[in-house]
Design a protein around this ligand. Structure first.
Ligand SMILES: NC(=O)c1ccc[n+]([C@@H]2O[C@H](COP(=O)([O-])OP(=O)(O)OC[C@H]3O[C@@H](n4cnc5c(N)ncnc54)[C@H](O)[C@@H]3O)[C@@H](O)[C@H]2O)c1
Length: 319
């Protein structure tokens, strides 16, 4: 199925950004919200913002014309979902509100309409209980701010028809985003990792080891700098898994099992697999590409440093 007509139910911050991306990508997008007037107000906001983004060079020059042609507001949720191939739900992160809205959406939409939720952390299997024909329901988790962050997590529940995940993957790619299929657990992948880091950062501050400003300086200029270009597995394979395993040994001496080497890492190291420098790592990187990859890394880091210098310090933050 190719998706050409979409309803965004919950046209607030995330729903609005999602609607802009889909409309710029050529889909006809109908906004639904608590009332027709709220949907209308959000439509006006999205058009105005789209124009400002285009003037700032963040959206294509013709963004206002494309958004005006492709975005409309509906008087109700029921009207919004009529005749669309896909509904994306982005209402408040509350089980009660989502129960009500997903119930109304699935009652009003055709049984073939695919329904996606932008929940940040609620398991899709939990929300699937509120959807009739749950085989057409999945998580489609965009990141904030939706117009500018590439990743969209796709989460199937045990009921989701695989063909629907394929359809959504094609749509997400077609609008220039980067889909990743992940399992249905609380927080999925992005928020589980993000919240693990955030908790550890708060603990560093609580323990008096560094101020929040110093933590941010270290993160954004050290491993967070690398994360702008690579994931943790690519970084680990390039750094050397033996180095990681030894570091965990030291950390475990103070922090115990919480920061001991994970078994899969230790197994690789015990088998002589240190990543790029010996054997293999978590990723299957072609050893013949080693020099090329490291040269790319250095070039990318230098380019990122240059970009940051051009952008200048983030207003109001220590840099
Ligand atoms: N803000 C983020 O950083 C972020 C990131 C990723 C995912 N999310 C998820 O996206 C979803 C929306 O978050 P947000 O930050 O855009 O919230 P928001 O408050 O900006 O928008 C929510 C929208 O839902 C509408 N709404 C509320 N109840 C409704 C109802 N009964 N019927 C129809 N519309 C209703 C509101 O009027 C509002 O327009 C949540 O599930 C949230 O967890 C948020």
């Amino acid at each position: 199925m190719t998706i050409k007509k979409v309803a965004v139910v919950g046209s607030g911050y995330m729903g609005g950004g999602i609607a802009q991306v889909l409309a710029l990508g050529g889909a006809q997008v109908v906004l639904g919200d608590v009332s027709g007037s709220v949907a209308e107000e959000n439509l006006e906001r999205l058009l105005k913002q789209g124009k400002a983004f285009a003037e700032a060079g963040l959206f294509p020059e013709d963004a206002y014309a494309r958004l005006s042609a492709n975005l409309t507001a509906a008087a109700s949720i029921e009207e919004a979902v009529e005749g669309v191939e896909y509904v994306t739900e982005a209402v408040f992160e509350s089980l009660d509100v989502k129960r009500d809205v997903l119930g109304r959406v699935s009652a009003a939409a055709s049984a073939e309409t695919i329904i996606g939720t932008n929940t940040s952390a609620i398991p899709i299997g939990e929300l699937a209980k509120f959807v009739s024909h749950p085989e057409r329901f999945l998580g489609v988790h965009w990141m904030n701010p939706a117009p500018f962050i590439p990743s969209v997590e796709l989460i199937a529940s045990e009921h989701t028809l695989p063909a629907h995940v394929d359809t959504l993957e094609a749509l997400i790619r077609a609008v220039g985003k980067v889909p990743a299929r992940v399992a249905d657990t609380p927080g999925f992948v992005a928020n589980r990792l993000q919240f693990a880091l955030y908790k550890e950062a708060v603990m560093v501050v609580e323990e008096g080891l560094a101020t929040p400003e110093q933590v941010d300086l270290v993160v954004s200029n050290a491993f967070g700098f690398r994360l702008a270009l690579f994931g943790p597995f690519a970084i680990g394979d390039m750094a050397g898994l033996d180095v990681y395993a030894s570091s965990y040994k030291t950390l475990a001496g103070t922090y115990g099992d919480r920061l001991a080497a994970p078994k899969a890492l230790q197994d690789l190291v015990d088998a002589g697999n240190y990543g790029l420098k010996a054997g293999h790592g978590f990723l299957d990187i072609d050893p013949e590409k080693r020099a090329e990859l490291l040269a790319y890394r250095d070039k990318a880091y230098a380019a990122l440093s240059k970009l940051r210098a051009e952008l200048g310090p983030a207003p109001g933050l220590v840099s």
